[in-house]
Design a protein around this ligand. Structure first.
Ligand SMILES: Cc1cc2nc3c(=O)[nH]c(=O)nc-3n(C[C@H](O)[C@H](O)[C@H](O)COP(=O)(O)OP(=O)(O)OC[C@H]3O[C@@H](n4cnc5c(N)ncnc54)[C@H](O)[C@@H]3O)c2cc1C
Length: 427
């Protein structure tokens, strides 16, 4: 396994539990001894979003419950909080509050990503037959005799220190900026084709701490004209507020200044109380790259055999709806199944990897990209002073039931400044 992010560790744990000797090699440093040190002391230069807020969606919690309950336990031990978002929104609806069980929609959050990685590492280190090595970058692929004509067959990796680690299968879990496609080219394979959609956003996050976590008066993710606001509770009295905007929106760059950031959040009546805490550090800004998938099998031929990608290394999305780890885990379960069924037949493994990826995670990825595409269009139109292009009849908007509701009702508008009022705040 190249990469000890959540996806690589999950795939490795699933394989080790089935009796495969599994090694995870990661470029970054070892996690510190205590979870609280992970926030300040863990150097994770390879994961640029490491200090942006993270939530694990309900689907992720369900997958962990079914396949990796020990990770759930480890998340609890680092202080992850259950986030009953749907239940808290249901309470805001007018009319008598219905008694309904929303527990399947509960998500999990530490809001601070280093604690999520700490929990995955702690759980992985306790699994027999699984070795996790940090500060061990993989620099090259090692190849053997091809099993498919003209396609390199990977049978191990070489680390920066020059050590060769042989493997029956190498899994690329090296994240969105994985260097493995270049390594495939270096051993004579075709580079996986990348399908990208440039709809990046700029994320600006300010953390706070207090004795009581703020309550929800609005959805955790709210679109306010040309900007979006994301509010997430976290561990140990921490919470995070993110304002995100289009990269072209130069005026919004001013929110990197905390005073401006807070002025904007305070102008949103239903979210204003989220900045009533003790600020932790400064506003952290990150421009996210686009959405993309990498086609590893093209016209029925893999770029290499003996190598399969998983998680962000296969496909990543803008974090607008916080699904990355959930999609990675979904993929991890399928990739672990494919590897354990076909470890002795590299060509069949490539075909099975492709079949499973196309069948389950790819449609989720596509739906996430649709959300982004629609929002990016909307943001652009509002910023340029045009009408909202939202079209509830657009088949990519959502399932048919959601479209019917959208057609029959006026659009919900989060209370807040219009574009001119917003620009007046950004001084
Ligand atoms: C701003 C932002 C906010 C986000 N918020 C959320 C959220 O709220 N919820 C959510 O679910 N997702 C979120 N995501 C997405 C999430 O961060 C990713 O989907 C997730 O990190 C993918 O996990 P991974 O294990 O596939 O890859 P990564 O976490 O990127 O891990 C890759 C690992 O590979 C290692 N590596 C790289 N190259 C090498 C090499 N040559 N040798 C050895 N090791 C190597 C790295 O050190 C790293 O540990 C967010 C993303 C961004 C950009």
């Amino acid at each position: 396994m190249v990469g000890a992010g959540p996806t690589g560790l999950a795939t490795a744990m699933l394989l080790a539990r089935r009796g495969f000797d599994t090694a995870v090699l990661d470029r970054d440093d070892d996690p510190p001894g205590e979870p609280e040190e992970a926030w300040g002391a863990w150097g994770r230069r390879s994961v640029t979003q490491f200090r942006q807020i993270h939530v694990l969606q309900a689907g992720c919690r369900a997958l962990l419950q079914e396949h990796l309950p020990d990770v759930l336990e480890a998340l609890g031990a680092v202080g992850a909080v259950q986030f009953k978002h749907v239940a808290s929104l249901a309470r805001l609806l007018p009319g008598p509050s219905e008694e309904r069980d929303f527990s399947r929609y509960e998500t999990l959050t530490t809001c601070r990503r280093p604690l999520i990685d700490f929990a995955f590492c702690a759980a992985a280190r306790a699994v027999q037959g699984l070795e996790v090595r940090h500060a061990c970058p993989v620099n090259e692929l090692v190849t053997g005799r091809p099993v498919v004509d003209g396609v390199p067959h990977v049978c191990g990796v070489r680390t920066r220190s020059g050590e060769t680690v042989p493997a029956r299968v190498v899994v690329d879990a090296a994240g969105r900026r994985t260097p493995l496609p270049s390594m495939v080219e270096a051993v004579g394979g075709r580079r996986p084709e990348e399908e990208a959609l440039e709809a990046g956003f700029v994320y600006n996050t300010q953390y706070y701490r207090g004795t009581v976590l703020p309550e929800y008066r609005e959805a955790a993710l709210a679109a306010v004209g040309s900007i979006s606001v994301l509010t997430l509770p976290g561990d140990h009295g921490w919470w995070g507020v993110t304002l995100y905007h289009a990269p072209k929106d130069k005026a919004m760059r001013r929110v990197r200044d905390r005073a401006v950031f807070e002025r904007v959040v305070r102008s949103l009546p239903l979210d204003a109380h989220w900045v009533d805490g003790e600020p932790q550090g400064d506003v952290r800004s990150m421009a996210s790259t686009a959405n993309a998938t990498r086609r590893f099998v093209m016209d029925g031929r893999p770029c290499a055999t003996g190598l399969v990608p998983v998680g962000d290394a296969w496909g990543f999305t803008n974090p607008s709806i916080g699904r990355g780890v959930t999609l990675g885990l979904m993929h991890a379960v399928d990739v672990a199944d494919a590897v354990s069924e076909h470890i002795d037949d590299p060509a069949a493994l490539a075909a099975e990897w492709d079949r499973r990826t196309t069948a389950r995670v790819a449609p989720w990825h596509a739906a996430t990209v649709d959300f982004d595409r629609i929002r990016a269009r909307e943001v652009e139109a509002i910023r340029e002073g045009g009408p909202d292009p939202f079209d509830p009849a657009d088949p990519s908007v959502a399932g048919s039931r959601v479209r019917d509701v959208a057609r029959a009702n006026p659009p919900y508008k989060t209370p807040g400044p219009d574009r001119a009022e917003l620009e007046a705040l950004l001084v």
